[in-house]
Design a protein around this ligand. Structure first.
Ligand code: NDP
Length: 322
């Protein structure tokens, strides 16, 4: 490994709405942020076609354009956006300590503060017909894409709180929602189960899995299979929502930052502070409940403000000591 060292005030990891919003605020506060984009520049929104629920876009905007504009806005105030993947971190335990971040297994950047906005990735079933129709009627976000299926028949896979919440959301918009649950019971909380069961246009199918998504360019139907009897059945649908969980992109922080059992970073209440001083977490990497672009952007702003305050405290201590 080459020993190229560079010191920055604020290093931002990730380029979704959280990362770019943190960058806008950090740059305007003169923290001279350097942002590494990660593997998927622009984050999850670049896989969405139309974003209709981000305030300020009355006609909606497509995900990739929105992310490009956020990047331009961050760069306008002096953020240095770099293509690169953070492959390892060595985070300091000391207030005022320096965090070492390895980029692409080769370069080490030293940072006074680190803002983590690495996001999360939706899990998919990973069957060929589902992968082929992603963006053509297969979606992992009902709140983002449900509107396009107004008055139509759709299906949703999953039995957790997200699936139950999204099924209820879809039931308000769509004519009928078929919910596929692989076990003979729903994992969702009792309250969410009650909500699902109280909605007449949700049909819950237990012990049921996706056999194949039917359609050439767009979803036209679904072949389901009962995993107890092996019996198959086809239904006509135009949208298939996958709600089988998300995986936060936090593996590189394992053993260094506190996280819950599923890998979501734990932040102090009403703050983006992680378990290490000078390290802040924003967006989906620390949020398993809301997971919206606007909430990610909000926590990105909080992380930049927290970093600015932290640096001011550290600098004033250094002044007192010297
Ligand atoms: P969960 O992991 O809780 O649930 C995932 C669901 O998907 C389970 O029913 C699981 O089935 C099913 N599943 C997983 N893999 C497959 C597969 N390959 N094929 C078919 N089904 C599959 O994820 P959620 O996103 O629902 O929730 C994550 C966390 O966030 C939870 O702690 C939840 O409580 C929380 N949350 C809270 C909310 C709230 O409080 N309002 C809202 C949303 C989430 P099985 O049960 O068989 O494993």
């Amino acid at each position: 490994m080459s020993e190229q060292l560079e010191r920055v005030k604020t290093l931002i990891v990730g380029s979704g709405p959280a990362g770019y919003t943190a960058a806008i605020y950090a740059a305007r506060a003169d923290l001279k942020p350097v942002l590494y984009t990660g593997m998927e520049p622009g984050g999850q929104l670049t896989t969405t076609t139309e974003v209709d629920n981000f305030p300020g876009y009355p006609e909606g905007i497509d995900g990739p354009t929105m992310m490009m504009q956020l990047q331009q806005q961050a760069e306008r105030f002096g953020t240095e956006v770099r293509i690169g993947m953070i492959t390892a971190v060595d985070l300091s335990d000391e207030v005022g300590g320096i965090h070492k971040v390895t980029v692409d297994d080769s370069k080490i950047v030293e940072a006074e503060t680190v803002i983590i906005s690495t996001g999360a990735s939706a899990k998919y079933l990973n069957i060929p017909s589902e992968q082929r129709l992603r963006g053509g009627g297969v979606s992992a976000c009902a709140v983002c894409d449900g509107f396009f299926y107004k008055g139509q028949e759709v299906a949703i896979v999953g039995g957790g709180d997200t699936a139950a919440e999204e099924a209820s959301y879809l039931a308000n918009i769509c004519k009928k929602v078929t919910m596929l649950i692989r076990k003979d019971e729903m994992r969702a909380s009792k309250a969410m189960q009650h909500r699902v069961n109280s909605l007449e246009n949700i049909e819950v199918r237990y012990n049921t899995e996706v056999d194949e998504v039917i359609g050439d360019q767009v979803v036209e139907g679904l072949r389901m299979v009962n995993n107890q009897t092996g019996e198959k059945e086809e239904i006509a649908i135009t949208g298939l929502f996958i709600a089988i969980g998300h995986k936060p992109n936090t593996d590189i922080f394992k053993g260094q930052l506190e996280m819950d059992e599923t890998g979501y970073l734990i932040t102090q209440p009403k703050s983006t502070k992680t378990s290490k001083p000078g390290v802040f977490a924003s967006g989906d990497a620390q949020d398993k409940i809301y997971r919206q672009a606007i909430t990610a952007a909000g926590t990105g702003c909080m992380a930049a403000l927290d970093a600015e305050r932290y640096l001011a405290t550290v600098e004033s201590k250094e002044t007192l000591v010297s």
